[in-house]
Write a protein that binds this ligand. Sequence first.
Ligand code: PSU
Ligand code: MN
Length: 304
Amino acid sequence: MEKYLSYSKEVLEAKEKGLPIVALESTIISHGMPYPQNVQTAREVEDIIRSKGAVPATIALIDGKIKIGLSDEELEMFGNAQNVAKTSRRDFGYLLASKKLGATTVAATMIAAELAGIELFVTGGIGGVHRGAEHTMDISADLEELANTNVAVVCAGAKSILDLGLTLEYLETKGVPVVGYGTDVLPAFYTRESEFGLNIRVDSPQEVADMMRAKWDLGLRGGAVIANPIPEEDAMDPSFINGIIEEALKEAEQNGIKGKDVTPFMLGKVKELTEGKSLEANIALVKNNARIGAEIAIALNNNK
Ligand code: PSU
Ligand code: MN
């Protein structure tokens, strides 16, 4: 297994010293944001994590290796490359064997983080049950990974391009805790609230670390969704953004977008229709998640 992992100098040192490490995904870089904002955001997110006293590990598939931590040159190359494959659980074997560039989704980043011994992962939003899934069966592999892989995921909830109600039902069935961080309701990515109440609320990093440790100590496999609302000042108007999402969904259907292309198409279309405002919100919420995520990683590291 180790022969497929390649650690950056910074992450290797952190592992040797037992420092807290935060995993970061790369699909958000290659498929979630345009260049050069993607690379700039990735660097700023890494710096936020460092300034909090944790070590960032951006994960990607490069040249037959699962990279745990990217150098500055690798990040730049990756963020600007055209031929990057969106990587989920099913894709690892093929992409490593063929030495292609792979951007890890939430599912794939969780797998890689667990292999590397990293317990906490920060991203923007998770995949979920898509609207119309009763016909398309489009349910993100992220949900299965949350059910099976021992990594806590800090995000800003899920976007209402998804069916949030069905996503919560699925997670409940699979035994995945969905935790409101300072909130009683599921945040909807661009907005602080949705209509869906949550049954766990926490208000400190320590509480998250303690609940994860208790779950894992019991041998209960799987992760958790730590849902941290977008800061008030960066949140979008709900009726504005929901109208745009409806329009983007119609365009996706008219264009016959399916499978793994749905989420990237929707993100691009929403950005276009909001004239870039959704991208600003996206960047702000990821940074906010990095702040909380680093604190949780530190607390988890202290209760190992
Ligand atoms: N949601 C976002 N930005 C993203 C993604 C989701 O706001 O970049 C990416 C993540 O990598 C997530 C993936 O794991 O999309 C989900 O894709 P799918 O719906 O095809 O499982
Ligand atoms: Mn899908």
